[in-house]
Ligand binder design. Sequence first.
Ligand code: DGY
Length: 323
Amino acid sequence: MNKLKVLITRKWPASVEEQLKAKYDVTLNKDDRPLTANELKQALLNYDAICPTVCDCFPANVLNVANKRCKILGNFGVGYNHIDIEAAKAQKLIVTNTPGVLTESTADLAMTLLLMSARRGAEGDRLVRSKQWQGWCPTQMMSSDVTGATLGLIGFGRIAQAMARKAHYGFNMKIVYYKPSPAEQPIIDKLKATRSNSIEELVQTADFVSLHCPGDKSTRHLMNQKMLNLMKPTAHLINTARGDVIDTQALITTLKNKQIAGAGLDVFENEPNIDEGLLQLDNVSLLPHLGSATITTRTAMGEKVINNLDAFFMDKPLPDQVI
Ligand code: DGY
């Protein structure tokens, strides 16, 4: 019997590519080059399954192709804002994702950015490399305390709660969160967390605001100029969610005017094309979308995609069905 045809749009950890190859007729992307919209359209015609990543955009005009062979998009990642879910539904495509396995590594990276921003880590590294460092002095590169400070989380799902645990138990931070409905009592008790009544209230009280909401129409530019203006002048903004949750131009203005102390960003509007204005600023720490980038996590993500494909093609319940 002919094996089902599967396209992996980007390079995966070798062990999971091997697992896929054993089961399916797999096309790998050895050069790791992002695919064009036309190539994705072609793939919908030629493959039984496509395994895309955040770099592969599936808007309606890409998804709407007649006579497609593809039945399932097994997304390699938890976020799926690069796929027009309504259009995929209309095309009767199944979409799966990889929740759970990247929780701890993404929360670790959010803490990394929080610490980098608070303690000016990236700026210090640049100073040492520039050979301009004149040696220790009492007033050089003074920064913000993390231990005991208040962490405000916008969104309070798996990753936010993991960050809250690390911040609370590791750094004795006070935890404030906003999500439309209160979290379950055992979680609140464990983290001694307080729910803010609104995002406005949260950003006014937090020393660190960390974004953990999904990227969609409702959260686009949630952190706009008005919201940034409410933050404390000593506060830091951390984003490991999606780039367009922040209005980049408003953030650049805010950082330029030193209205807040700093920001730590792992995700960007229009990534990987980072706004030049951000690159000019010293009070922002920038990472290249590394949230889930540990070997263990990326391998586990690949295994989740395989489990979803296997379940789909064996007509079993899907572990991580989005639609
Ligand atoms: C995720 O899993 O959503 C990461 O941001 C990579 O896409």
